[in-house]
Design a protein around this ligand. Structure first.
Ligand code: DOR
Ligand code: ZN
Ligand code: ZN
Length: 425
């Protein structure tokens, strides 16, 4: 099977290519990239006016499978990913049961392979049962196909356990992926601490809850020589700490989510539970700092923290609502908005969505090199559309972006040369 993609603007940051190029795909592999390829092919795609990018890589997704399939499952979650232009995702282990065993890891990989619309790379727990007491069997989990370790959702409070986690994971060349919050400082807070929380009469979560935990993680990575990836940085202080850590040579990377770089805690007004997540939406000063971190390379990746929840789990009083929002299908337009707003350029944003995240979890994806698997996203950067709940592929609809006017969308997503999503225009 031969597919020829013609006349698109190919952006492949890993190979420093940004040019009008044709791409030839044969049997799921990219076999040629050149200014003009003229050959017979079963499928010839005219990509004039479109961007051709590596399939997007989201290193932070909650697929809820096994155990909470009423929120999402591997089939619906990877369909939503494909619709968002994402061809590879890493899924967090806070499922039910949690992914601290070879059995769960193998189940996820097998189901995704058989029925999924995207590549799925499991992240396994740091601690058994995600209880923060005993380390998981890291060696065996790596053998099974996991790409990192995280207790995302439940920060590891015990510093000694975290020290051992860094040391042990590093012997397998694996990153520790940290949800950095000091739970004693979070307390019963349910949104950012500040004037909006005061006005709404809601208990706040101060920035120091995140910064203090981020500082500990960076110091433990520095002390042990292990590798740290910090999830969803939301504060100015966290961005600064990662920047300083990198400058000292600490092996640290971090990600930012579209919601944390697009919204502030103002979005909570009206007690909007679709603006409730951990860490919470912060102040404009924090958003500006995340923008600066994206621009200067301190932030390595844009990740969704796609966290589907059922309507009934959100349609309750603010303090009682579950944390998190869906993100797979809004990732691309909200990221492209950074270009529109002059925060980063097109090559930077594509790199934040492809080769840089792929490198963090050590997968051979995120580029359009000759010889690579043909995971390719065709993007119309000019397409204006409304983000409507009815059009979503995810089982859950918990998003603060409902009704937003978006610009830019994936129009076709190829997974190993197979079209897994095509947008009806
Ligand atoms: O908002 C969040 N939702 N933060 C987390 O850390 C966990 C996630 C979830 O699993 O719903
Ligand atoms: Zn988290
Ligand atoms: Zn998460």
């Amino acid at each position: 099977m031969k597919i020829l993609i013609k006349n698109g603007r190919m952006i492949d940051p890993a190979n420093q290519i940004d040019a009008i190029q044709d791409i030839l795909v044969e049997n799921g592999i990219i076999t040629s990239v050149a200014a003009a390829i003229n050959t017979e092919a079963e499928d010839i795609i005219d990509a004039s006016g479109l961007l051709i990018t590596p399939g997007l890589v989201d290193i932070h997704t909650h697929l809820r499978d096994p155990g909470q399939e009423y929120k999402e499952d591997i089939i619906s979650g990877t369909r939503a990913a494909a619709a968002g232009g994402i061809t590879s995702l890493a899924c967090m282990p806070n499922t039910s049961p949690v992914n601290d065993s070879l059995a769960i890891t193998k189940y996820i990989i097998a189901k995704a392979k058989e029925e999924g619309s995207a590549n799925v790379f499991p992240i396994a727990c740091i601690s058994k049962g995600m209880k923060g007491e005993v380390l998981a069997e890291m060696g065996e989990l790596k053998e099974g196909g996991c790409v990192g370790f995280s207790d995302d959702g439940v920060p590891v409070s015990n510093g000694e356990l975290m020290r051992r986690a860094f040391e042990y994971a590093d012997t397998f060349a694996m990153p520790i992926i940290s949800h950095a919050e000091d739970l004693s400082l979070v307390g019963t807070g349910c949104m950012n601490e500040g004037s909006v929380a005061t006005e709404l009469g809601l208990k706040g979560i101060p920035w120091v809850a995140e910064d203090a935990a981020t500082a500990r993680e960076i110091m433990l990575a520095e002390f042990t020589g292990g590798r740290l990836h910090v999830c969803h940085v939301s504060t100015k202080g966290s961005v600064d700490l990662v920047r300083q850590g990198k400058a000292r040579g600490v092996r640290v990377s971090c990600e930012a989510t579209p919601h944390h770089f697009t919204l502030t805690d103002e979005a909570v007004r009206g007690y909007n539970t679709n603006a409730k997540m951990n860490p919470p939406l912060r102040s404009q000063e924090d958003v500006d700092a995340i923008h600066a971190g994206l621009a200067d390379g301190t932030i390595d990746a844009i990740a969704t923290d796609h966290a589907p929840h059922h309507y009934d789990e959100k349609n309750v009083e603010f303090a009682a609502a579950m944390n998190g929002i869906i993100g797979l299908e809004s990732l691309l337009p909200l990221s492209l908005k950074l270009v529109e707003d002059g925060v980063v350029n097109m090559n930077q944003v594509i790199s934040l969505l492809t080769d840089r995240p792929a490198r963090i979890i050590g997968i051979d994806r995120g580029t359009l090199s000759v010889g690579a698997v043909a995971d390719i996203t065709l993007i119309d950067p000019q397409l204006e559309w409304e983000f409507a709940l009815e059009g979503l592929h995810s089982k859950s609809k918990n998003t603060p972006f409902s009704g937003w006017k978006m610009k830019g969308a994936a129009v076709r997503t190829l997974l190993a040369g197979k079209t897994v999503f095509e947008r009806s225009l």
